[in-house]
Design a protein around this ligand. Structure first.
Ligand SMILES: Nc1ncnc2c1ncn2[C@@H]1O[C@H](COP(=O)(O)OP(=O)(O)O)[C@@H](O)[C@H]1O
Ligand SMILES: [Mg+2]
Length: 42
């Protein structure tokens, strides 16, 4: 299992956008993928 996390205290820097894009690419390449956005503000 591979875990990739994006972390930054600042908002609006692209954490969610990056996580969704990486998850999409992983899933599109056949990896079983869970995307979990823990941002308090989505
Ligand atoms: N690489 C990028 N290029 C252009 N706009 C981006 C990029 N990454 C994020 N954004 C835009 O910046 C805003 C905030 O991004 P978001 O992923 O929600 O940030 P975070 O999760 O860090 O708060 C969104 O409107 C998003 O579309
Ligand atoms: Mg976010």
């Amino acid at each position: 299992m591979v875990i990739i996390a994006f972390y930054n205290l600042k908002g609006g820097v692209g954490k969610t956008a990056s996580a969704v894009t990486f998850a999409y690419l992983a899933a599109a390449n056949g990896l079983k993928t869970l995307v979990w956005d823990l941002d308090p503000q989505v």
